[in-house]
Design a protein around this ligand. Structure first.
Ligand SMILES: [Cu+2]
Length: 151
């Protein structure tokens, strides 16, 4: 026996569920800066964040490199850099505690222990102590099911 009301109601419920699951993770603000190379907050440094060439998968531990320069483009060596971050719309931080473990070349640093445990918008916040100055830098990335979206 065909029950049109039941069918319509089921479709409506399915549509509502789909809409809720899409918006459940929050839609990032439209004016976010997704650039991976820009000045630090007060303009003291130029910071470039370099993700792995491919991926990473959700939940995969991986590394980034970070290039630190002054405003003339000269590499900044011997920096102390703390890495923090999280999902601003979820109110949680990074699932790991990534650290800068070594300076691979002048002004090029290795960040180990990165992991994105969910898809969606993550921010990465750096606290940089170098050349007798401190400054911060913020980067925004979006994790998709098949890896980081590249800007
Ligand atoms: Cu989250």
């Amino acid at each position: 026996m065909f029950k049109p009301y039941l069918l319509t109601s089921t479709l409506a419920t399915a549509t509502l569920a789909a809409v809720l699951s899409l918006s459940g993770c929050g839609t990032p603000p439209t004016d976010l800066d997704y650039s991976l190379k820009h000045h630090s907050s007060t303009g003291r440094f130029v910071v470039e964040m370099v993700p792995p060439a491919q991926g990473p998968a959700v939940g995969q531990i991986h590394s980034w490199t970070l290039k630190l320069a002054n405003t003339d483009g000269a590499p900044v060596t011997h920096a102390r850099i703390a890495v923090d971050g999280g999902m601003p719309q979820h109110g949680h931080g990074l699932p790991t505690k990534p650290r800068v473990t070594r300076e691979l070349a002048s002004g090029t640093y290795l960040i180990e222990g990165m992991k994105f445990s969910m898809t969606g918008w993550w921010d990465l916040r750096l606290d940089i102590d170098a050349d007798g100055a401190r400054d911060k830098a913020v980067f925004n990335v979006v994790m998709a099911g098949d890896g980081l979206k590249r800007p």
